[in-house]
Design a protein. Structure first.
Length: 313
């Protein structure tokens, strides 16, 4: 933005840059007032080396080092700053600490370790917006600062404990901040073995149809096992989503029912080949996504009966 010839101001990057500065002392009071002697902005040449704090209210700083005469209580730590005065000339800012004994020089303040902090991101964004609204070169002056947060929701599909990393079912524009994780309640059902009217005759069951009350859920897993292959085979299928705005339907926005509703179209799936030849078939369904409801009304198996009276060699 500083290089945009259509704008009048060229200090946008300086206002939100990575800043490190020296502290000459702090006052008694709540909040305590920090005095600075100089600073540098590592990603801007415009305001590098000024005597002011170069901070705007709301930014997050970390104070470290050793004071020549210690403040009581200590002001070491990470804080949201306020009362930053006129940018960039003001040489003071405040932090929310109730100081009863003033401190001397020797400390430094820095924003570099907090650039992904939610409060710092919000303060920088709002500073840009407020600056644009008073820039004579900007076409519009009604840009809206951020005053609230929007919650995003996604389903965790895998967890890598070694890397401390989770994988989500959809890509969203998350920013650093607090998250709430809901644990799912695994649900599993299994129907009585289906024999298609004759428990002894060998059958060829090749297709299954599942009737749900609706498909307003993320995904489920169907399982099959037969008398010839007792081990279950699993097949995961996907519903039309649980109502996450903008991602509630497949293949994307505008392809489903707005608001998280869904139709009751049945789910049809082929039965795994190694389970198709059998005398009876066991069918199951499982679901383990938090904050979702589902109801399975019934299943229909399609196949051929009367292939043989011999089920085993």
């Amino acid at each position: 933005m500083d290089a945009d010839t259509g704008l009048t101001f060229n200090d946008y990057s300086a206002r939100i840059g990575s800043i490190i500065g020296s502290i000459s002392g702090n006052s008694v009071g709540n909040p305590t007032t920090i005095s600075v002697t100089g600073n540098s902005v590592t990603n801007s040449a415009v305001s590098s080396g000024l005597s002011g704090s170069n901070l705007v209210s709301g930014r997050v700083v970390t104070i470290s080092g050793t004071q020549t005469s210690s403040s009581s209580p200590t002001i070491l730590g990470t804080y949201v700053v306020s009362n930053t005065g006129t940018f960039p000339s003001s040489s003071t800012f405040s932090i929310p600490v109730n100081v009863i004994t003033a401190g001397g020089s020797g400390l430094t303040y820095s924003t570099s370790s907090n650039l992904n902090n939610f409060n710092d991101l919000e303060a920088c964004f709002n500073e840009i917006i407020n600056r644009l609204n008073v820039d004579p070169g900007a076409t519009y002056s009604n840009f809206r600062p951020v005053s609230n947060t929007s919650l995003f929701e996604a389903v965790i599909v895998s967890i890598n404990k070694k890397l401390n990393q989770i994988t989500l079912n959809i890509a969203l524009q998350f920013i650093p901040g607090q998250v709430t994780i809901y644990n799912s309640i695994p649900c599993e059902i299994e129907y009585s073995p289906s024999v298609l009217g004759d428990p002894l005759m060998t059958k060829h069951m090749y297709e299954a149809t599942f009737m749900f009350n609706n498909k307003a859920f993320t995904q489920g897993t169907i399982s099959y096992a037969s008398d010839l292959k007792p081990e279950f085979s699993y097949d995961t299928f996907y519903g039309q989503g649980n109502g996450i705005f903008g991602h509630y339907s497949s293949p994307g926005f505008g392809f489903g029912f707005f608001g998280g509703a869904s139709n009751s179209a049945p789910v049809r799936t082929y039965i795994p080949r190694d389970q198709q030849r059998c005398r009876f078939l066991r069918v199951g369904y499982s679901h383990s996504v938090a904050r979702e409801e589902w109801a399975l009304y019934g299943i229909t198996l399609t196949g051929n009966v009367g292939l043989s009276t011999r089920g085993y060699r």
